[in-house]
Design a protein around this ligand. Structure first.
Ligand SMILES: Cc1cc2nc3c(=O)[nH]c(=O)nc-3n(C[C@H](O)[C@H](O)[C@H](O)COP(=O)(O)O)c2cc1C
Length: 313
């Protein structure tokens, strides 16, 4: 997730026990090929390159394949092609979900990228498309499978459906029935209850967790324990987690990126506080890294009773 799943944040997740597979922020193929001084930050493999998938977003087959080839040589587990991003400035130029509108071009891209990544995994992240069209979705994903995709992640929403709309996990089930490669479901998993209900709708299989991991970097550790032991109360000291996040952010990101990354993290992390909404909105809109850091840490100093968070959901 752009501005969220940078190396520092992934290390924090790793310190709680990690997840099966980490996905990088989307990496712009055009920027990478053009040469950017930030490239080394986007391509850090922490905490474990063997469990890291680099996601590439781009507009032309040539550039995406070149970026995929370079990323595959870093020792990472794999490369993921972003065919799901619906941000207008990316779609307008032919990136993200725009690839879904041209299944032949999408399949050719996967075929070429397949060759380029060699023995690394090659995956694709998709949405439903511009509209709900089950047959079209199945045809496209079958074509991606035939072209060499190792797995597909589906965020089952159309291009225009907003983050607040529930994801339609019945489409994850549909793809699981129609494809032979694994299909990872994504959207709206926030804890044990939502995890179980999404799996009930889609059938067993992989699950990708996005925003909930930004609110609760311990979510994978918590869910693992919860599924194994049944009821469990997972306690964390939010002040310690926040402090550690800032330390890791500073050691894994360039100074230019600190404010945007801290603001985004704070807007999710403050959802752990019963009255954190105003604080989260303020920090999320702030452009000063120092202010975000100081204000969040000061909050825990002045409200010590909020430090201990018990994850239960
Ligand atoms: C801040 C933010 C950045 C995101 N960046 C990406 C991205 O770079 N690549 C991608 O495939 N999806 C991206 N997404 C979408 C998420 O991967 C995911 O599909 C979506 O948030 C739904 O999952 P969730 O309910 O678990 O968060 C982003 C979402 C957010 C909120």
């Amino acid at each position: 997730m752009a501005t969220l799943t940078h190396a520092g944040f992934r290390v924090l997740i790793g310190e709680f026990g990690g997840c099966d597979l980490y996905f990088s922020e989307m990496i712009s193929a055009e920027a990478m090929i053009g040469g950017t001084r930030y490239e080394r930050y986007y391509t850090m493999g922490d905490p474990d390159p063997r469990r890291l998938v680099y996601q590439v977003v781009g507009y032309t087959q040539e550039r995406i394949v070149e970026a995929a080839s370079r990323l595959a040589q870093t020792g990472a587990a794999g490369v993921d092609l972003n065919m799901g991003c619906s941000a207008p400035h990316i779609v307008r130029k032919g990136g993200g979900i725009a690839w879904m509108a041209d299944p032949d071009a999408a399949a050719r891209l996967v075929e070429r990228a397949r060759e380029a990544v060699g023995d690394r995994s090659l995956s694709v992240k998709v949405r439903l498309g511009a509209t709900e069209d089950p047959e079209g979705l199945v045809d496209l994903c079958r074509a991606l499978e035939s072209a060499g995709a190792d797995f597909i992640t589906l965020h089952p929403k159309t291009r225009k459906q907003s983050a607040g709309r529930p994801a339609r996990w019945s489409y994850v089930r549909l793809l699981r029935e129609k494809l032979t490669i694994p299909v990872i479901g994504n959207g709206g998993v926030t804890g044990e209850a939502t995890l179980r209900s999404r799996l009930a709708e889609a059938g067993d299989g992989g699950v990708m967790v996005g925003r909930a991991a930004a609110r609760a970097p311990w979510i994978f550790a918590y869910l693992r324990r919860r599924l194994r032991d049944g009821r469990c109360e997972y306690r964390v000291d939010l002040a310690t987690v926040a402090r550690r996040f800032f330390t890791l952010l500073e050691s894994h990101q360039p100074p230019d990126f600190l404010a945007t990354r801290a603001a985004r993290f704070a807007s999710y992390f403050t959802q752990n506080l019963a009255f954190g909404h105003a604080l989260g909105a303020r920090l999320g809109a702030s452009r000063s890294y120092e202010r975000i850091r100081e204000e969040l840490l000061a909050y825990f100093e002045t409200h010590p009773e909020t430090r201990i968070h018990v994850e239960r959901g």
